[in-house]
Design a binder for this molecule. Structure first.
Ligand SMILES: Cc1cc2nc3c(=O)[nH]c(=O)nc-3n(C[C@H](O)[C@H](O)[C@H](O)COP(=O)(O)OP(=O)(O)OC[C@H]3O[C@@H](n4cnc5c(N)ncnc54)[C@H](O)[C@@H]3O)c2cc1C
Length: 416
């Protein structure tokens, strides 16, 4: 089923144009061959030939995306992107996420895209030339290495990996895991503690991000961690006396926490708009099946259990979408939206999980098969509840912001 994208009355012409153009590519170029685009990845008979055919198909879609002027929405023109602003990019995401994996065909590949944004904002001209340009041209791959097995990822200030300055070099020691894309990465942006660990624990200026080429002696990639039963390129790494030039430091010493927040804040809105697009797809699949599958003498759509699924999913999608757009509009206008970001980071992945769960139920065994994108969506939705800050941490943040306002003598203004 094609994604139904109509003109939205109260947004800019540019947003409407981008959504229509993106939907054109999703509906005409991607959905009809969706099952062939990623063939051969899990091995099996003819895997090599399948992989080559799939790659050629993907390259062809990428050409169409570039012709439509939609390549790399997160990057400005001078770095080969289409230079969308924050809101335009958010609105584009709900459309392109309708097809699984489509973001990469539009030049948005995590964690490279997040690293590109960080290099754009914090990189020196030299760093941009050396790392950002080849990254945008697809000549280099990268990873972001923050989470550690021995400290809580939900409290980034507890990171134990250290970087100590020796002359003109940083010397890095530590143990990280879940560094995505680690097997292919040419360089990693590594979050390091560069301050005296004996200082107060709650300070934010103890961390610095440092660019580390993966072929530097002492970068020991131990394994790709198995995730949801499959091998993956989320890697575990030991940094053992890794020496890199001091000029590999990104931004000021101590700016690492701020840079990570910059990356994650916008990223959470983009991820939630992606989730909305994927819920939209799951919803279409669920309704399609409900209107065609006969059980116990009638169509599924006539059973009230299933009508309940449709109504509850409709509510979940509308609520998620409106929350995310409201938050994106606040961010675009420069207002502090941290409470809204935390709220949607909790609500949207949970709603996404519910919607996909119902779609799987309606499809029965086919719902968990590789013939449909639902099983992959389900795993992605569940993972989102702990990645980018787990639910509990965001709840604490919301309550803290609300209580602060009430203690200051003001109630909460839900109208803005
Ligand atoms: C597929 C995948 C890809 C990833 N990619 C990357 C990557 O590229 N780079 C990277 O650096 N990291 C990556 N991560 C790691 C991810 O960011 C962390 O897993 C996440 O930040 C949570 O950290 P943790 O796993 O250490 O959990 P912990 O911090 O140990 O938290 C575990 C649980 O404790 C609970 N909890 C935490 N704090 C509180 C609290 N204050 N009160 C009550 N309960 C609480 C929550 O339920 C939480 O889920 C990835 C993870 C996954 C699954």
């Amino acid at each position: 089923m094609a994604m139904n994208i109509q003109t939205i009355p109260n947004v800019s012409d540019k947003i409407n144009q981008i959504r229509h153009l993106t939907a054109g590519i999703i509906n005409k170029e991607i959905l009809p061959i969706e099952n062939q685009l990623w063939r051969g990845r899990r091995g099996g008979k003819d895997a090599k030939a399948d992989r080559e055919r799939a790659k050629a198909l993907r390259e062809n879609v990428k050409l169409k995306v570039k012709e439509a002027g939609l390549w790399a929405p997160h990057l400005p023109d001078e770095y080969g992107g289409c230079g969308l602003d924050f809101l335009e990019h958010a609105y584009m995401n709900e459309v392109l996420a309708y097809a699984m994996g489509a973001a990469s065909l539009f030049g948005v590949v995590a964690p490279n895209s997040g690293n590109q944004k960080i290099l754009l904002k914090y990189g020196t001209e030299e760093q941009k030339k050396k790392w950002l340009v080849p990254l945008t041209e697809g000549k280099l791959e990268s990873g972001f290495s923050m989470t550690e097995p021995d400290s809580a990822g939900s409290d980034p200030r507890s990171i134990k990996t250290t970087a100590r300055r020796e002359g003109n070099e940083w010397v890095i020691n530590g143990h990280k895991w879940f560094t995505s894309n680690g097997l292919r990465a040419d360089f990693l942006i590594v979050m390091c503690r560069t301050d005296d660990p004996s200082g107060p624990a709650d300070r934010n200026d103890k961390m610095t991000q440092i660019i580390v080429p993966t072929d530097t002696p002492g970068v020991n990639i131990i394994r790709g961690i198995e995730v949801w039963g499959h091998s993956s390129d989320h890697v575990e790494i030991i940094y053992d006396d890794v020496r890199v030039p001091a000029e590999n430091q990104l931004g000021q010493t101590g700016s690492g926490h701020r840079a990570a927040q910059d990356r994650l804040g916008a990223g959470r809105v983009y991820h939630c708009m992606n989730s909305v697009g994927q819920m939209w797809r799951a919803f279409d699949l669920m309704v399609e099946r409900a209107t065609s599958r006969e059980v116990h003498g009638g169509l599924l759509e006539d059973k009230q259990f299933i009508q309940g699924f449709i109504a509850d999913s409709y509510i979940d999608i509308q609520a998620s979408r409106l929350m995310t757009i409201h938050c994106a509009e606040r961010m675009e206008s420069g207002v502090d939206a941290r409470t809204e970001i935390s709220a949607l980071k909790i609500f949207v992945p949970a709603a996404y999980t519910r919607v996909v769960d119902r779609a799987i139920q309606v499809w029965g065994a086919a719902g968990v098969s590789g013939d449909l994108p639902l099983a992959g969506m389900y795993q992605g939705a569940r993972t989102l509840r702990l990645a980018d800050g787990p639910d509990e941490v965001h709840k604490i943040l919301i309550a803290k912001n609300v209580l602060k306002q009430y203690h200051a003598g003001e109630s909460w203004d839900f109208g803005n």
